[in-house]
Write a new protein. Structure first.
Lengths: 83, 363
């Protein structure tokens, strides 16, 4: 645990990804009619929800990963300590 | 299967309470998925339907949150060396075929026996599979606990050793999680069954994970992590199919994803702190509780089909509410066990570190 506390926490990364993530969600919820109208048209428009899912998973996934690291919740150190 | 013109108009209005509810259920579902490789869908789909989301849109939107969640979870667990990508992809491809076949069976049953027939089929599949597999998993976890060998390295069982001993030339593939070569003729039906179950009860992992552990001989941690790869492959293909029919409500999918990505990261971290048999405990407990939840609904569907005496509306309502409450309880209990095990693991690590500091006199 002491190791993790001396390690630099990714606060900057978390903030950047967090802001982008909030912006993505705000856009999605503010433009609901436009999104529903185009994303649910079927056929090749199917790429829109799939691409959206990938983008959100990358941005928000990176944010949530860094969030837990900043909160001090990280994987067990057991394996790393064995040398 | 779909009504293209009406679909977008059928998407529900989202208010703050609905968003928070989806976020919360997404978080808990993600936490359990990050730990055991699947779960959450059995609450999310009926949960969305209770908000007025049409059944197919709920299934489609759930699937569209599942594959990005599984992607993030599998990347995280791959960092811990728990993912067998080759096994996941091979099982995932045959699972995709199982999903298509399972969906076809569902449609045929719906055509022949209507909604009640389809619901009865799903509930009976739930009860039978969860009773057999869930009971077996829980019994195995209990035996491990009783034997006191919780720290011992997991060994392949009798069935898995037999599967690993069969040599069928031209079909043998080496898998790192098994540390053995096995014939892909064994993996194909397992993947197919996982996909069929995913198409039927939305949680393929209830077959996939135990199959990898007991039939192929994979360690619990690797099986649950590899299940995330299968879920990604199945979810991506399924989502695309549903999206081509305009059935995905991306708002619902992304809100659930918002919560579940917090959960899945935490669940994945949790696996590094616990004893492997905890995967079996959480999975077995959830499976057996969900079994009772679905079992309660069987008389309702039997009555709707006219196979037993008609049940009054108030009783149906009571059974439905109780069934849903039990499912939520199963998920929450699973999440509680994960968090508790993780907390205990962290405490033990802290104590170990403190003891090391005392012994060596350095931080």
């Amino acid at each position: 645990m002491a190791q993790s506390s001396t390690k630099k926490k990714p606060i900057g990364k978390m903030l950047i990804m967090g802001i982008i993530s909030i912006a993505l969600y705000a856009t999605l919820l503010m433009k609901q009619d436009l999104v529903n109208g185009s994303f649910a048209r079927g056929g090749l428009y199917a790429f829109l929800p799939i691409a959206t899912a990938f983008i959100f998973s990358f941005i928000h996934g990176s944010f949530t990963g860094n969030f837990w690291t900043v909160m001090g919740i990280e994987a067990a150190k057991k394996k790393k300590e064995v040398k | 299967m779909h009504d293209l013109i009406g679909t977008a108009a059928n998407f529900i209005h989202l208010d703050t309470i609905t968003i928070l509810y989806l976020f919360g259920v997404g978080f808990v579902g993600g936490l359990v998925s990050g730990f055991i490789g699947s779960g959450g869908a059995f609450v999310l789909t009926p949960g969305m339907m209770s908000l007025g989301v049409p059944g197919l849109v709920a299934v489609a939107s759930n699937m569209c949150h599942k594959f990005p969640k599984a992607l993030v979870g599998s990347i995280k667990r791959a960092k811990y060396g728990q993912v067998d990508l080759k096994l996941g992809l091979i099982l995932g491809v045959s699972a995709e075929a199982g999903v298509l076949y399972g969906a076809h069976i569902q449609e045929s049953i719906k055509k022949a026996f209507g909604d009640a027939g389809s619901n009865l089929y799903v509930s009976v599949a739930f009860v039978v599979i969860l009773a057999v597999v869930g009971g077996f998993v829980l019994r195995d976890a209990w035996k491990t606990y009783r034997s006191g060998n919780m720290h011992a390295e997991e060994k392949a069982g009798k069935l898995a050793r037999w599967v690993q001993s069969i040599n069928i030339p031209g079909t043998m593939v080496y898998f790192k999680s098994l540390n053995a070569r096995i014939s892909i003729l064994f993996t194909i039906p397992l993947g197919f069954a996982t996909g069929m179950l995913a198409a039927t009860i939305a949680v393929g992992g209830f077959i996939g994970v135990p199959a990898m552990i007991y039939v192929l001989g994979a360690p619990s941690l690797m099986a649950s992590a590899t299940e995330l790869v299968i879920a990604f492959v199945m979810g991506l293909g399924g989502s695309f199919k549903f999206a081509m029919h305009g059935l995905v409500d991306i708002r619902l999918a992304m809100i659930i994803l918002a919560g579940s990505l917090f959960g899945i990261q935490l669940g994945a971290i949790g696996t590094t702190y616990v004893k492997p048999f905890m995967i079996k405990v959480v999975m077995g407990v959830i499976m057996v509780i969900v079994l009772f939840s679905r079992g309660l609904m069987v008389p309702v569907y039997l009555s709707q089909l006219g196979l037993i005496q008609t049940i009054s509306d108030s009783t149906v309502k009571l059974l439905k509410t109780t069934s849903f409450a039990i499912m939520i309880f199963a998920l929450l209990l699973g999440a509680f066990i994960v968090l508790r095990a993780m907390w205990q693991g962290r405490q033990a690590e802290r104590l170990q570190h403190a003891a090391g500091v005392l012994e060596h006199g350095k931080v």
